[in-house]
Design a protein around this ligand. Structure first.
Ligand SMILES: [Zn+2]
Length: 68
């Protein structure tokens, strides 16, 4: 019946790695911007996730219309 001890709230900091450009596997253009997102907690890095965004494939104003 004792209340759970409450420590300080967990602090999570999201750190975005440096972006880099790679070849896009979809449109075969050098337009894929990749970056890694790291979630940092007081205990260390808990999660890393890679993000990739192609300025051609992922452009909502210009849907993929040209096919090889
Ligand atoms: Zn692409």
């Amino acid at each position: 019946m004792s209340p759970r001890p409450r420590s300080t709230p967990l602090t999570i900091t999201a750190v975005m790695g440096p972006p880099r450009t790679e070849w896009c596997p979809r449109c075969k253009a050098y337009t894929l911007t990749c970056t890694n997102l790291h979630l940092l907690t007081p205990a260390g890095v808990t999660k890393s996730h890679a993000y990739a965004l192609c300025e051609i494939c992922d452009d909502p104003d210009d849907p993929e219309v040209n096919r090889g």
